[in-house]
Ligand binder design. Sequence first.
Ligand code: 5GP
Ligand code: ZN
Length: 119
Amino acid sequence: LKEVLDLDCIFCKIAKKEIPAEIVYEDDKIIAFKDVNPASPTHILFIPKEHIESVNFLNEEHKHLIGEIFLRIKEVAKEMNIDEDGYRIVNNCGELGGQTVNHLHFHLLAGRQMQWPPG
Ligand code: 5GP
Ligand code: ZN
């Protein structure tokens, strides 16, 4: 696994427990933790432990991983009892997409009325 980790990546460091985070889910391939600057009452980030920069870097080998991330989001949402009220899943890709951390992540946002279109 070492070779797929980016040594300067903050989310790789969270995945390796080198910097702390409030972890809400973890398995061998995926980790989910609370966003340090929450944009809603519930704001959790789901990441692959493997360093993938963004959606632009996904390939066929990642199909199962991405499917698993979405299933884990669904399960965490149910455990947190936000599933029935509803929630938003966000991925920001690249500069115009608003991506600020270059390690693929999906935001789970809940606990307030979301607006559309987003800003
Ligand atoms: P992006 O803008 O790339 O889609 O989202 C990056 C998210 O990561 C932001 O919501 C930001 O608050 C969060 N974030 C950045 N650095 C850290 C950190 O060190 N710990 C945690 N828990 N979240 C972080
Ligand atoms: Zn990384």
